[in-house]
Design a binder for this molecule. Structure first.
Ligand SMILES: [Zn+2]
Length: 247
């Protein structure tokens, strides 16, 4: 493997066996097995800030570098994922939806999923105090590509301000809902002051990528330690062409 594998998780917990929508779920026992595997191979699990610094040459890129990212800010992150992360002493980033905290993941209903509760501000302050990085996942959970400029600015800039006001800390990392991005959304993220943004494009992140369109590797319900290892060591080459501002 080369570059940094930024793993993408959504919900972690205990779920009934499923055939559909598996990409949104990770069983907590499998999650623990995945982190055990990272420990076993001596992976360097980095915060998003340290990963970005390594990609930009501001610090050395350690071998077997990994980032653990969690989309949507579901309450089950706090209940299931965080205790396991702390067991291993691994950092993580949670991307939260500024206008939906304390509510439910209502956008999942359209696809026939349950709608789990989302962490509220006091919970987010708690996990931030426990060392979890907090990034923005926009103001609502909507596709950003193709939005008019004013709505786009609201989603990107106002979500950053809101989270910063509530948590009292800078928010410099962004995650495009549904991975939906184009050059306009990337420019909006730059204008808002984000230093990184992640997509759902598959691949390992390297310095060749625009930091505002970093690829990730999605972890799904079916990934036992073997499947996880497979994704870590392969799937590095990006699928499709990555967007790059000014390229
Ligand atoms: Zn999402």
């Amino acid at each position: 493997m080369s570059g940094i594998s930024i793993f993408m998780y959504h919900q972690v917990g205990r779920f009934a066996p499923m055939r559909d929508h598996r990409a949104n779920y990770c069983d907590v026992d499998r999650f623990r097995a995945q982190l055990r595997y990272l420990k076993l191979i001596g992976a360097s699990v980095l915060s998003m800030s340290d990963a970005l610094a390594a990609l930009q040459g501001r610090r050395p890129l350690p071998p077997r570098a990994v980032v653990l990212s969690f989309d949507d800010g579901c309450e089950n992150f706090h209940e299931y994922a965080l205790p396991v992360l702390e067991e291993f002493g691994y950092p993580a980033i949670a991307y939260v939806i500024a206008g939906m905290t304390g509510g439910k993941a209502e956008w999942l209903a359209a696809a026939g999923h349950p709608t789990p509760p989302l962490m509220d501000w006091s919970r987010l302050r708690e996990i931030a105090a426990r060392g979890v990085e907090i990034g923005s996942h926009a103001y609502r959970h909507v596709r950003l590509a193709g939005l008019d400029a004013a709505t786009l600015a609201h989603e990107v800039t106002d979500s950053k301000r809101r989270i910063e006001d509530e948590l009292g800390q800078a928010v410099t990392h962004f995650c495009y809902p549904y991975g939906s991005h184009d050059l306009a959304t990337m420019e909006a993220a730059a204008a808002a002051g984000y230093q990184s943004a992640v997509t759902c494009q598959r691949g390992a992140a390297t310095s060749a990528f625009d930091p505002l369109a970093l690829p990730r590797k999605g972890i799904s319900y079916g990934d036992n330690a073997l499947g996880f290892a497979w994704k870590l060591h392969t799937k590095d080459r990006p699928k499709g062409r990555a967007l790059h501002r000014g390229a």
